[in-house]
Design a protein around this ligand. Structure first.
Ligand SMILES: Nc1ncnc2c1ncn2[C@@H]1O[C@H](COP(=O)(O)OP(=O)(O)OP(=O)(O)O)[C@@H](O)[C@H]1O
Ligand SMILES: [Mg+2]
Length: 250
């Protein structure tokens, strides 16, 4: 397997808070990795640095061996790194379909956009139709995004990232604020889409049932540092993880 993302000695301080304290992380292509850590551990800060929303104080970020440190979110997106946010960033006054139309047209104009092998599904309307079906958004397609239930807004946000054909997808708490049964539905749909496209995924999650079911590997953050990184079963049984993270989230 090859590394899609590699970070070297990443540091980010906010005043006296060490939000990232020497992060050395490698993500391989074609894997699903969970990122856990209690509130304020630095999970979103890490995603923000990788996607160009924050510049690290020190350290380097490589995407497919290219140094992308300090590049703008737009430049990083152009290379195939997409994300969803803790609070879905959709266009609230537009319909579900219009939101997807915007993403598809942005995606299709990216230099790295990979066309589907089947030419008949390469036009904008079939990509949107396919996405609406895959994420069970058809019944909502003419609804304005601000009126959607939270789980559906999350799905819309994620499906907007996926139609742009990421190589690396970063999801910040894809299941927060939704009911327990809806969580599994959301993740099933997202993971099916991701696995069929061979996209590397890192997702931040507080629900350990979701982590156990959908990840191969888990990274655990505490005070801006990686305190565990390995097979999910092993990480979740590690004493320092139980003490510092699971104790507070269960
Ligand atoms: N823009 C900012 N200005 C000042 N402090 C910040 C800023 N962003 C993050 N922090 C601080 O950095 C630390 C890490 O925050 P971060 O949002 O990365 O945590 P998190 O692991 O995503 O937490 P949560 O699970 O609550 O989302 C926290 O102490 C937070 O208060
Ligand atoms: Mg966060």
């Amino acid at each position: 397997m090859t590394a899609v993302l590699r970070t070297k000695n990443l540091l980010k301080n906010f005043g006296a808070v060490k939000a990232a304290d020497n992060l050395n992380i490698t993500l391989e292509s074609d894997t699903t990795v969970g990122l856990i850590g209690s509130n304020g551990a630095g999970k979103t800060t890490f995603l923000n640095m990788v996607t160009g929303y924050l510049t690290p104080d020190h350290g380097t970020i490589y995407f497919e061996n290219e140094n992308i440190t300090g590049k703008s979110p737009r430049d990083i997106t152009r290379r195939g790194v997409y994300r969803s946010f803790q609070i879905p960033q959709v266009f609230n006054t537009m319909t579900v379909k219009e939101n997807l139309e915007i993403s598809v047209s942005i995606g299709m104009n990216q230099p790295n956009y990979t066309k589907h092998i089947d030419e008949t599904v390469n036009n904008e309307s079939s990509i949107i139709k396919n996405s609406l079906q895959k994420f069970k958004l058809e019944e909502y397609q003419e609804k304005v995004a601000s009126q959607l239930p939270e789980g559906t807004r999350k799905l819309l946000d994620i499906s907007m990232a996926l139609v742009m054909k990421p190589k690396l997808l970063l999801l910040d708490e894809p299941t927060s604020g939704v009911s327990a049964e809806e969580k599994f539905n959301i993740m099933d749909m997202v993971m099916n889409a991701v696995r069929s496209e061979k996209i590397a995924v890192l997702f931040v999650e507080h629900d350990m049932e979701i982590i156990k079911r959908y990840t191969d590997r888990t990274l655990a953050f505490f005070n801006g540092r990686v305190i565990a990184d390995g097979l999910t079963n092993e990480v979740l049984n590690q004493e320092n993880v139980i003490e510092n993270i699971l104790g507070s989230s269960i």
